[in-house]
Design a binder for this molecule. Sequence first.
Ligand code: PEP
Ligand code: MN
Length: 339
Amino acid sequence: MMTVLLRNADEKSISRLSGSLGKKGLKIVGMEKMGKTHALIETGAISIATQPQDVELAAEPKCSKQFRLASREMSLGDTVVKLNGGVEVGGRQLALIAGPCSVESEEQLLQTAIEVQKAGAQILRGSVFKPRTSPYDFQGLGVEGLSILESIREETGMLIETEVMEPSHVKLVEPFVDMLRIGSRNMQNFELLREAGRSEKPVILKRGLSATVNEFLLAAEYILSEGNPNVILCERGIRTFMTETRNTLDLNCVPLIKALSHLPVIVDPSHGTGKADLVLPMSKAGIAVGADGLMIEVHPNPKAALSDNAQQLTPSQFADLVKKCVPVANAVGRTMRSE
Ligand code: PEP
Ligand code: MN
């Protein structure tokens, strides 16, 4: 699919074009009136024509990358994902996503939400569907957890995100959340990517455990090519020979992806390191290399957490992290909400 923005064309010439495009299997899928009419023509990557007669030229995919819609080459500028309450991911202010690995109870989520919100987080994370390595480990509260997300969202007014693990989860969780998350283990669950691409909700796509940047961007392309433009890429560490840390947070990939793509990139130093002590330094590093936000796991009592207990921060450690990250954000021309 490609979208051609046709500038300065009148409706008459667009309808004439629509006939000839139709014969080639291309179709005009929408019109925008911004001064002069713009026609949106779906074909295969983004290109711009200034005159109706340029359409045939512009309709040829010219992108050198397979991830045409995700590529910077074919974009009109950085994507800024806009959420309710004026929250943005990809704007000047960094997005701060925090919350427990797993939703365990209403009290646990409420206490975490209140504290992380006070410290500066705009988005609450919490998984109710958990992809666990062992089938004997806590698998999440499942559907039952959705009503907890709903009541905490109402009570605190926070934006909420949660993980979807299979296509049927997308429609199921949509009414309860503001964003969907596709976890590392499902980065190449293509049916899930397609279904998320048909959703109205922005999608946080985490990098696969051993995915290359090319594979990561092609996974994003699945979502974009179904029509959902709001994809946020999340670097969460990759599998290397290192055994002292859970993963190796690949901060190379932040500026690399920024050069290749217009999509916002956030960093998850919790899964990226697996160690609570390393979360602050790697958060600072992530911001310094240009990340558009952070995703941090926070639990009121990390030792007792039902999943990922070695990497979750206490609410006060999180508040301290935010304060210490603000000067780093400012040093690279970004702002950060803090207490
Ligand atoms: C998570 O964010 O809850 C999670 C399971 O992380 P990942 O998919 O990166 O392993
Ligand atoms: Mn986790």
